[in-house]
Each structure stands twice: as structure tokens, then as C-alpha cells.
Design a protein around this ligand. Sequence first.
Ligand SMILES: Nc1ncnc2c1ncn2[C@@H]1O[C@H](COP(=O)(O)OP(=O)(O)OP(=O)(O)O)[C@@H](O)[C@H]1O
Ligand SMILES: [Mg+2]
Length: 387
Amino acid sequence: MKHETAIVGQSPLISQLKQLALQVAETDITVLIIGETGSGKEVLARFIHANSLRSDKNFIPVNCGAIPAGILESELFGHEKGAFTGAVQSRKGYFESADRGTIFLDEIGEMPLETQVKFLRVIETGEFQRVGSSETIYSDARIIAATNKNMYQAVAEKNFREDLFYRLRSVELQIPPLRERGRDILLLSETFVHEFELKHKIVFEGFSPDGAEMLMRYPWPGNIRELRNLIESLLVLEKGKYITPELLEKHLVQKNRYKSLVHDPARSEKNELQVIFSNIIQLRQEVSEIRLLLQHVVQARAIAPLLLPDFPEYQPQSYPALQPPPENPAPILSLDDIEKKSITEALERCNGNKRKSALALGITERTLHRKIKAYGLQVHHQVVPTP
Ligand SMILES: Nc1ncnc2c1ncn2[C@@H]1O[C@H](COP(=O)(O)OP(=O)(O)OP(=O)(O)O)[C@@H](O)[C@H]1O
Ligand SMILES: [Mg+2]
């Protein structure tokens, strides 16, 4: 096994993902990587390439979303001299450059429909023509595609060909969002601290315990990229100082997570919009946290006596982001009710033991304390919610 350390992370799903990636690396199977922005899709694609028999050949990354639709085709397949205005000489496309290597097509959901037709043919036969040429060229490029879009929706809206979608996802690798990776957040922070201590010649005094807890609870909308940027700015701007929650909050993008939307007449319209937007993200995040809490309770129920995994915050099944919507959705419960019920149940199952309950719920003991107080729950050996 080569390059195994390139993907930092020890949470169960990342370990499984690495194993799966190593298995597919040995083959030429087309892979579709799904994950939120900044979650490490390109890192995973490079990892697959580096561990394949093609590792000494080219790895060609192409961001389909960043190349204007009009020129994507000639970028991918190349063009002949005079094929269009400005084509002063013939040029190889990315598929030709990736011959015997790997082509990584990022933001595949942005590929225009006409290009998708040609692309499907390349996947199936390896054949294509340069723009402006009738000569058939063959490329043995291994294809890895990635997306952060809901591809089911793109297919349903006819923006993405269904046959191509199913062909692409011969193997589908899902990268979990950082907020679901538990202690990996601290592990990645350490890696980045080390990297930037060396780069900027700074000695970092570390995070306070509640600072570290805040890192674990923050929703990381920009995932690993956001964490990396945060660590660099913390080290540089705070000059390696000991980081408390107050200092941390100053640097976090989504600062309003735990604050209510208070009307302040002095605030500009732009700021208000930002606060509203941030609160919407917060709500969405809380829904996904509650989904996780529920899964923990369901899983805890299935396991007797209660087993406490190393990474209780994360379970592999907790990332159904791109599944098609259920046909008969369950009635919507209030978020508070769901959370209260989960906490009550966890406390019951753990016989009132808060440490175990917090672990089973995937939250810190401190958060559990706060929520018990907020919901007025009574914790004895028998847990009874107040009416
Ligand atoms: N497991 C990992 N270990 C260490 N660093 C990582 C890991 N995954 C991602 N990174 C770092 O996080 C940043 C974002 O990673 P990457 O570009 O692969 O994400 P992405 O999902 O392709 O993002 P985008 O959606 O914007 O295309 C990069 O700086 C990368 O080096
Ligand atoms: Mg990328």
C-alpha cells in the first residue's frame, strides 16, 4: 500500500473509505466521488491515482464548472487548427493528455448536455474526435468524476443524462462532511497546525479545552478547506497565541450559529441579510444533527448492552445526502420535540448516566447538561420529562 497517509483521518467511515479507495485503485472502474465543497474530493481522487498502476502517468484535474460551456468540449477532446475562430493551431485535449493515466472531472454536474453525449461515448469505448476533425482518437484514461450537487435532482430536471449518471457511478464513494467526522476535526487541526508552524515559523500555544470543543461543534460549511484556512489565519493573525472560544469565534465564518436574530436598527441591510442567511444554514445544520441523534438512539437500541464506539458522533449511515426523496415522507415533528425525545430515551437507556448518554447521542456532556436544563428534564434512574 502506497501513500496511505495522504488522507488524514481515523473516523470509521474515513477508514472504510480509504480501504474502498485502495480496492478500486487497483482496477480501472469509473468512480464517482460525492461530497460537500472542500470535503476532500480531489484529495481522494489523487489518492486513488497514486495507489493505482497508473501512478507514474498523468493525473489531469479538470473543473467542468470553471470552464465556459462553449470551450469545454475543445478543452476535453482537443481541436484542429481552424476548427473555430481563434484556433490558430491544433491542440491536444485533456483526454489525450490523460492517456494511460487518470482524468479527474470535478463538478461533473455542470457539464453541458451536448458534451455529456460525447463523454458517454468516451467512457464506453475510449473513442472521440477532436473538434473540427473526423479522425477517431483512442484514449485509455481512467475516469474519476466528482460532484457536490444532488445528481438525482439534476437527472430529474433533465440537466444530466440518466444513462451517463448510472454509468458514472459504477462505484460511488461518499465523503462525509467534516462536522460528521468527530475527532478527525482535531486530528486534521493538528496536521494543519504542524504545517503552518513550519511554514510561518510560529510556535503555537494550543487550544483551550473549550476552544477544542468549539471546533468539534462548529458545523464547518466549508469543510476541510475552511478548517485549514482557519488554522492558518489563527496562527498568523493571533501570532501562535493560546486559542480560547472568544478568539476562535472572531475567526469563524459562521459566527451567528448560537445567537438569535436580534433587531438592531444600526445594522445595515447587507448585514441583516447575512444574519438571516446564516440562521437558515444553522437551521439546516440542526436538522441534520437531529437526524444523527435519532440514528444514535435507534442504533443504541439495537445494541444491548450499550456499546460505545470510538467515534460516537459519526456513523457511516449518516450521510444519505444524495438519496432520492422518500415517496411518502413522514409527518414533520417539531425539532425540539425530536431532540427532547432522543435525550430522554438516551438517558433512560443509560440509566441516567450522563457521560454514556452524551456519548451515545454524539454530543458533549456539557451540551447534554445544557439541554437537560433547557428542556427541564429530570435525571434519576428513571427519567421523566416534565409536562
Ligand atoms: N483527508 C485530508 N487530509 C488532509 N488534508 C485534506 C484532506 N482532505 C482535504 N484536505 C485539504 O482540504 C482542502 C480541500 O480539499 P479538496 O480540494 O480535495 O476538496 P474538494 O472536495 O475537491 O473541494 P471543492 O468542492 O471545492 O472542489 C485542500 O487544501 C486539501 O489539501
Ligand atoms: Mg475539488
